[in-house]
Design a protein around this ligand. Structure first.
Ligand code: NFS
Ligand code: SF4
Length: 640
C-alpha cells in the first residue's frame, strides 16, 4: 500500500507533496506511486517496445536475448515493431494537441460569427498580423470578418488538400528546404497522424526508417500546425501573455474560501470560469455559506494557460492532481481533457470534493458532467462555480491541511514579450549569445513521471544550466516545477552565472522564462526560427537544446520529435520504449544528426544531462565561430 515503503522524500522533492503523501498513507488512500509499485516489475517486452498487438494474429513479442522468437506472426522484426509503436505514439500525441487546437478554432470561428457568449477578440493586433501572414486582406474589413476568414484559412490546414501547412512559413528557409528534400513537410494536421495509423497497419510500411521519417512529419504537423494554431488563437481570444507575478504550490489554496481547481488543457473553459468566479451574485452565495470568497487555482497546462494570461495561481503539476484533494480544502476539480488521471474520482469520494467533467469527449464515471457549450459559455461557467459553492458547507474543517506557504513565480513570456523587452528584435539576444554572456538557450519541458522523484530532474537540470549562463525556457509541468523551486522570479537572477545574471537584471526578468502550456512549445519554435533568421543560419546551427527530464505522455513524444525535426537536439530523462531495436536507437540517437541536424539522447541523471547539454551548446557555438569553452577541461572540483 505504500509505494514499496519508500519515504515520501524519495518520491518527490516538494514539501507540499511529501506532506500530502503522508496524509494519503495515514488515511489509506491510494496514489499514483502505490499503483506504480503494484505494477512492478513492468513488462520488459513493452518497456523495450518489442510487443505488438496491431492485429489478431498476435499479440506478438520479440525476444530481446535472441533465444526466443525474432519475428511476429506476420514476419515483423524488432525494428519494424519498435518503429511502428513509436509512430503510433507520435500520432496519438500529435492528435491530442491538434484536436485541442481544433476545439479552439471552432470556438474562434463561432465567436467571429457572434455565436458564443463570454468570448471576444482580445488581441486585434495579433489577429491582423496572423491575417497578413495567411494572405488575408484586412483593409476595409471589420475585426469579426477578418477573424472568420482567418478561421476558414486555418481549417484548410486540418484537411488534406494542401502541400504544406501555413505556419511552416515561420521556419527558416533552409529548414523548409530540408523538410522538402526529406519529404517530411507536414501537409495536413489530421492527414499525417491518419497516414501514420495507415502505415502502421499490418503489411503497409515495413521499413523502419520510412516509418520514423513519417513520424517526424506527423510531429511537425503538431508543432507547426495544431499546437501553433492553439497558441495563436488562444492569444487572439484571451490575450497575448505579458509578464505577470503569481504564486504556486498547494499553499495557493485558501482556508476560508471556496477552492476550485481547473485541471486539464483547454483555456476555453478555464477562462470563462475565472470570469464567473468574480460574479457578485456567486460571491454573495459563497458568503452566505460562510466562505470569504471564491478562489480559482490551476493544475497542469490549463493552470499554465490561466497563469500566463490572468495571473491565476497554480496548485501544482501532474503529480499533484491527486494530492491536492488530500488538503481537504478543495470543493471542486473541474476537468476538460488530457493528463487527468481516472483515479481522481476515487480520491474525491474520500472528501467532499466534486469532480466536474465538461468535455463530451472526456467523461469520468463518478464525476458530475456539465457539458460545455460555447454558445452558453458564461452560463455554463456560472453553473459550475455555483455547484462548487454549494459544496462548501460539506467541507470538514478538521480535515483541512494546507501544508505550505505559496512561492511566487513570474510567467507570461510570449515571443512578443521577449522580443518586446529586447526592443522589438532578436538582435540584443543574438548579441548576448555572440558575446558569450548567454551561452545558449535550453527548452526544459514536459511532465512528471512517478518513475522519477517529482520535479528533481526539472529543478536540478535547470539549476545547472542557468549557473552556467544558459537561458532556460520552460512550458508545461516543467514550468510549475521550476516555479515551486523559486527559480522563476527576477531575483532568481542571483542563481545564474555572471553573464546571464547581468542580462536578466538589466531587463528585470528571471533566468527561467515561462512560455506557457505544452501547446505553447510552438512559441519556442517561433523564437528559434526568429533567432536563426537573425543570424542568417538554420535552427540546427544555433546553441540550443531541448530537455524533457520527467516526461510521461504521448504528447511529450510528439513534442520531442518536432523539436528534433526542427533542428534542436533533445535529451530525455525517461527511457522511451525503443531499446529493443538497436537500429532504431542508432538512428534516433545518432544517424538523425546527419539528416535533420539534431538527435535524441537519453540521460536520466540531470547532472549528467546538464554536462551533455553544455558540451552540445559549446560545440554549436564553435560551429558558429563564437567563443566556446571546453566543458571537459574544467578543473575537477569546480561545480559542474
Ligand atoms: Ni504536457 Fe500538459 Fe503536464 Fe505532461 Fe500533461 S499537463 S500538455 S503532457 S503532464 S507537461
Ligand atoms: Fe503480430 Fe504482426 Fe499482428 Fe503485430 S502486426 S500483432 S507483429 S502478427
Amino acid at each position: 500500500m505504500t509505494a514499496n515503503g519508500r519515504r515520501p522524500s524519495r518520491l518527490t522533492i516538494n514539501a507540499d507533496a511529501q506532506a500530502m503523501i503522508d496524509v494519503a498513507r495515514a488515511e489509506g488512500i491510494e496514489t499514483v506511486w502505490d499503483r506504480l509499485a503494484a505494477q512492478e516489475p513492468q513488462c520488459g517486452y513493452c518497456a523495450l517496445g518489442l510487443s505488438c498487438r496491431n492485429c489478431a494474429m498476435g499479440p506478438c513479442r520479440i525476444d530481446p536475448f535472441g533465444e526466443g522468437p525474432q519475428k511476429g506472426v506476420c514476419g515483423a522484426d524488432a525494428d519494424v515493431i519498435v518503429a511502428r509503436n513509436l509512430g503510433r505514439t507520435i500520432a496519438a500525441g500529435s492528435s491530442s494537441h491538434s484536436d485541442h487546437g481544433r476545439d479552439i478554432l471552432e470556438v474562434f470561428r463561432a465567436t467571429a460569427r457572434g455565436e458564443t457568449t463570454g468570448y471576444r477578440i482580445a488581441d486585434e493586433a495579433k489577429l491582423s498580423r496572423l491575417a497578413g501572414e495567411l494572405g488575408i486582406t484586412t483593409e476595409g474589413r471589420g475585426t469579426l470578418e477578418i477573424a472568420e476568414a482567418v478561421a476558414d484559412a486555418l481549417y484548410e490546414d486540418y484537411g488534406s488538400r494542401k502541400e504544406s501547412l501555413a505556419l511552416t512559413g515561420r521556419a527558416p528557409e533552409a529548414r523548409r528546404q530540408l523538410w522538402e528534400q526529406l519529404h517530411i513537410t507536414p501537409r495536413g494536421i489530421d492527414r499525417e497522424p491518419v497516414e501514420m495509423l495507415h502505415r502502421t497497419h499490418m503489411g503497409v510500411d515495413n521499413d523502419y526508417v520510412n516509418i520514423l521519417l513519417h513520424g517526424l512529419r506527423t510531429s511537425l504537423a503538431d508543432g507547426w500546425g495544431g499546437s501553433m494554431i492553439a497558441t495563436e488563437l488562444s492569444d487572439i481570444m484571451f490575450g497575448t501573455p505579458t509578464p505577470v507575478v503569481s504564486e504556486v504550490n498547494l499553499g495557493v489554496l485558501e482556508f476560508d474560501q471556496v477552492n476550485i481547481a481547473m485541471h486539464g488543457h483547454n483555456p476555453l473553459l478555464s477562462d470563462v470560469v475565472v470570469s464567473a468566479a468574480a460574479d457578485p451574485e456567486l460571491l454573495e452565495l459563497a458568503r452566505s455559506h460562510g466562505a470569504t470568497g471564491i478562489n480559482v487555482v490551476g493544475l497542469c497546462c490549463t493552470g499554465n494557460e490561466m497563469m500566463m494570461r490572468r495571473g491565476v495561481p497554480i496548485a501544482g503539476n501532474h503529480l499533484m492532481q491527486e494530492l491536492v484533494m488530500m488538503t481537504g480544502a478543495l470543493e471542486a476539480m473541474v476537468v476538460d481533457y488530457q493528463c487527468i488521471m481516472p483515479s481522481v474520482t476515487d480520491e474525491a469520494k474520500c472528501y467532499h470534493t466534486q469532480v466536474i467533467s465538461t468535455s463530451d469527449k472526456a467523461k469520468f464515471p463518478g464525476a458530475t458532467h456539465i457539458s460545455f457549450d460555447p454558445a452558453r459559455g458564461i452560463e455554463v461557467a456560472r453553473q459550475i462555480v455555483r455547484l462548487a459553492v454549494d459544496v462548501y458547507p460539506n467541507r470538514n474543517p478538521d480535515r483541512v491541511r494546507i501544508p505550505v506557504d505559496p512561492v511566487r513565480m513570474m510567467a507570461g513570456f510570449s515571443v512578443e514579450t521577449i522580443l518586446g523587452a529586447l526592443g522589438g528584435t532578436p538582435k540584443p539576444l543574438v548579441d548576448a549569445i555572440a558575446s558569450g554572456d548567454i551561452r545558449g538557450a535550453v527548452a526544459v519541458v514536459g511532465c512528471n513521471n512517478p518513475k522519477t522523484p517529482q520535479d528533481y530532474g526539472h529543478v536540478e537540470l535547470t539549476r545547472r544550466l542557468i549557473e552556467h549562463d544558459i537561458l532556460v525556457l520552460v512550458t508545461g509541468c516543467a514550468a510549475v516545477a521550476n516555479g515551486k523551486a523559486g527559480q522563476m522570479l527576477p531575483e532568481s537572477a542571483a542563481l545564474a552565472g555572471p553573464g546571464l545574471r547581468a542580462v536578466c537584471e538589466s531587463l528585470g526578468i528571471p533566468p527561467v522564462l515561462h512560455m506557457g502550456s505544452c501547446v505553447d512549445n510552438s512559441r519556442i519554435l517561433v523564437l528559434a526560427g526568429a533567432l536563426a533568421d537573425a543570424l542568417g543560419v538554420d535552427i540546427d546551427q544555433l546553441p540550443l537544446a531541448g530537455a524533457a527530464p520527467e516526461w510521461y505522455s504521448e504528447k511529450a513524444v510528439a513534442i520531442g520529435a518536432y523539436v528534433v525535426a526542427s533542428g534542436v537536439t533533445t535529451v530525455l530523462g525517461v527511457q522511451p520504449p525503443i531499446f529493443g531495436s538497436p537500429h532504431v536507437v542508432e538512428l534516433l540517437a545518432g544517424g538523425l544528426d546527419g539528416v535533420v541536424g539534431a538527435r535524441f539522447a537519453v540521460e536520466p541523471d540531470p547532472v549528467q544531462a546538464a554536462l551533455l547539454i553544455r558540451r552540445h551548446i559549446e560545440a554549436k557555438r564553435r560551429g558558429l565561430g563564437l567563443p566556446a569553452f571546453d566543458v571537459d577541461a574544467e578543473p575537477v572540483g569546480v561545480a559542474v
